[in-house]
Design a protein around this ligand. Sequence first.
Ligand code: F0G
Length: 351
Amino acid sequence: MYQGLIHRYREFLPVTAKTPIVTLSEGNTPLIYSEDLSSRTGLKVYLKYEGLNPTGSFKDRGMTMAISKAKEKGAKIVMCASTGNTSASAAAYAARSGSMKCIVLIPDGNIALGKLAQAMIHNAKVLAIQGNFDDALDLVKAITQKYPVELVNSINPFRIEGQKTAAFEVCDDLTDAPEFHAIPVGNAGNITAYWKGYNEYKKIGKAKQLPKMLGFQAAGAAPIVLGKVVKDPKTIATAIKIGNPASWKQAEAARDESKGLIDSVTDKEIIDAYKILAAHSGIFAEPGSAASVAGLLKLKAQGYFDKHKGARVVCTLTGHGLKDPDNAIKNVEAPVKIKADLKAVLKEIGL
Ligand code: F0G
């Protein structure tokens, strides 16, 4: 029986026999080949669908580690700042621990409905601040430095350790690393984690090569692309609405060491990719997740892959589309309202 990623990848993770493992059987997500995106790009496109983790995002990989280690240390309270998914995951794993309270700081009015519902139903103390994610993270850092409260944002190194297992799974599935890996970038923990995972697998011979890391920020929240902090980030993709990423330097290192790039995609490119994914690959991922596919399509149009026909590219789809029903409904036509009448139905469907 699958027992979660700590069990599966224990030898690569900083746990001991004494670590109480808090798990919801996260990880082991499917790598789904997309015929549609492959034919659009001339590449072999695989989608790492992280929306199928227990709370619907990749954060669960890091959270099983962070919460297990917090419990081992005897922590009673964990805390995070979040654009939504981290708070949902932290709340669920703290509940699962049976011994810890969770406090989350979110930017008021700027998190998707499903994520807010998750944090609340898992019984976290949810504080909606009148500020953005970066303000929330500054507050959490100040509090956790001073008080006996465990920080579970991705600056907690155990988060990165857990998240690197996604790269292991990709290599295990493909029997090597792909040539390219496309990923959304917000606080920049995940690109850091994948790069660490790929390097660890290469070192022990489980991967023969390393991928070029292709990171994508939303155009209105692209500090790494611009080379400067964005004070008032703006994007429809609230998950990655971050102006001062905590793992900025590590993301640049992943980009430079892998000879990849970090670029930006507009909200329109994000929504187009979001709809293409849902309508032609059958996968519903949240808007922030679609940044990886938006970036892939942007680079294709620019000729970036011209010399790489047939190369394998993995796009991480970081969170489930159901997290953000408002954006889905806003971007499609409303249902046609008709009478409960056979003739009316037949007429509407053209039969
Ligand atoms: N995609 C989704 C769906 C996310 O929720 C996040 C980050 C990212 C991508 C970016 O990952 O921060 O490691 O670069 N969400 C965080 C949160 C910030 O609070 O849930 P990153």
